[in-house]
Design a protein. Structure first.
Length: 288
């Protein structure tokens, strides 16, 4: 009798495991990764290829972290901003007076890491040809020159429309702000300490190839990109869909090159004026 009971229990456990394995819980997701590419074409605000402005110079920063504030799928080139499928909208606050991105709640990721995981059953079925992604924060290294010698500095760059910053970490130094900062605010950490600056209003490049059919607000950082192959969501997916948001950093760090030597010169408490840290294009791709 004891052996019979043991056999029945064993069969019950085996059948239970088999049933579970044959009907696994399946919740496929849209997985969004953010990449940066120094070789990707360099675009201007109108979404066409451009060189560095005459009298300026640029370099490809070495990225550590990046964050986005907003993500939207657009079915066509005629879809206005906000009328597509909004997948993500980060937290905002009025702690600094005007409405602003709440940096303390921003999700910071290294290039190549997963930024979002969204259940596919929560996304409207359809075919999407375009993506709108609003970038908000970048942390990267750049090379600067002091007395003709090269050094590396770490920059925190806030490119969102307006950001409430309690504090932020550069590399090893923490900077306390407790106020709003407009698009183009930045901090630089070097061996000599920390300096902060603000690029001119409207100077941050935000490529939008759809500027004629679907404009974006002035001062936003909503970069627009077209899928190489349209994204199809049927609602019947059984596996994850992974998309890569490839951002061009082709000479995305740009300054006024006062002495025309192509180097970012810093000295005597002065630095050649930084004018632009905007990303230089977006190519979204569905990964195999």
């Amino acid at each position: 009798m004891k052996n019979l009971f043991s056999l029945i229990l064993l069969l019950y456990l085996v059948n239970g495991c088999t049933s579970s394995d044959e009907n696994p819980k399946n919740d496929p997701k849209l997985i969004v990764k953010i990449e940066v590419d120094p070789e990707q074409v360099r675009l201007g605000n109108a979404g066409t290829a451009v060189d560095v402005t005459s009298g300026h110079a640029g370099q490809n920063p070495v990225f550590h972290q990046i964050a986005a504030h907003y993500l939207e799928l657009a079915p066509s080139a005629n879809t206005f901003l906000g009328e597509g499928e909004i997948l993500y909208h980060a937290a905002e606050t009025e702690a600094g007076g005007e409405k602003a991105i709440d940096f303390s709640q921003s999700k910071l990721v290294a290039p190549g890491e997963t930024f979002l995981e969204i259940p596919l059953n929560s996304i409207q079925s359809g075919t999407y040809e375009w993506v709108r992604m609003s970038l908000s924060y970048q942390n990267f290294d750049v090379t600067f020159y002091y007395n003709d010698q090269p050094f590396t500095g770490t920059i925190a760059s806030f490119v969102g429309f307006n950001t409430y910053i309690d504090k932020y970490l550069l590399k090893t130094e923490e900077v306390e702000v407790k106020a709003n900062r407009k698009q183009g605010y930045w901090g630089l950490e070097t061996l000599a300490g920390v300096v902060t600056g603000q690029s001119p209003e409207g100077a941050t490049t935000v490529p939008n190839p759809l500027f004629e059919t679907s404009p974006i607000p002035q001062g936003s950082c909503v970069v627009t990109g077209e899928f190489d192959m349209p994204l199809e969501i049927t609602g019947n997916e059984t596996t994850d869909i992974i998309i890569s948001m490839s951002l061009s950093i082709n000479k995305s760090f740009e300054w006024v090159d006062e002495n025309s030597n192509g180097l970012w010169d810093v000295g005597n408490g002065q630095a050649e004026a930084v004018v632009d840290m905007g990303l230089r294009g977006l190519i979204p791709r569905v990964m195999e």
